[in-house]
Design a protein around this ligand. Sequence first.
Ligand SMILES: C[S@@+](CC[C@H](N)C(=O)[O-])C[C@H]1O[C@@H](n2cnc3c(N)ncnc32)[C@H](O)[C@@H]1O
Length: 257
Amino acid sequence: MKLIVTTGRKSRESDLKLAIDSAQKLSINFHPRLDDSFEKIFRDSNVDGILVVNRNSMRLQTPHDEFFFHPSLAHVRIKNLREGRGDRMIDAMKLKSGMSVLDCTLGLGADSIVASFVSQTQVVGIESSPAIALIVEHGFQNFSDESPAIIESMRRIKVINMNHKQYLETLEKKSVDVIYFDPMFRHPITKSQSIGTFRSFANPDPLDLETIELAKSIARCRIIMKENSRSLEFARLGFQILSGGKYSSVAYGAIEL
Ligand SMILES: C[S@@+](CC[C@H](N)C(=O)[O-])C[C@H]1O[C@@H](n2cnc3c(N)ncnc32)[C@H](O)[C@@H]1O
């Protein structure tokens, strides 16, 4: 996907600097916004998306939609946990305070925030898409929220822009408690346009067995994968499907070590 970076129309000095830094990080062009409309930028630059930096926030604009970082999904789940209603991912991970988590598929970061809230220690999130990693890392470090617990949980997450297989190869044996995979589903459940926009920037590759073998040597407790509940990926990769979420289209699988 071809991208370009710009700012809002009335950009501050700090936005300009962030936009130029982001263009450098992503090795893409910076487009001084002036009074240009997005339509004009799309027309003139022949790009698929525009990364817009405005008031210290980032969003990825496509011709039809946009996506940006927001911790709203994590909010609902953390509220449930606080009120004792639990969370399927946390149950699958058997996650307790002090346990370490490696999230191999960071995406928009909701799962990492919830894991960080429960573990109360640093979660490492790996994301291979440079644009997604940049937007989410910026969101984790800058998004303000009325809940101090959410802010602390976000700030603790370390984002690494890398392919998870390459990253796993750098880790020592038995050095992480839980390794988590939530790859793009082989058969997407929703056709919603905003998910579609995110999907067009995300890495669609299936997990491979070599990656799972690596993860087995690095995890101390378990590996968890989330997939479509009817997915054949669980069997192919050796995950035991966990019970729960009887009426849900999503399932969690575990490899206990
Ligand atoms: C379904 S999303 C994850 C959603 C995430 N769990 C959340 O809470 O928002 C999958 C993400 O994993 C990333 N991804 C897929 N394969 C990857 C790989 N080999 N290495 C790193 N990231 C990968 C995709 O780019 C995408 O952003």
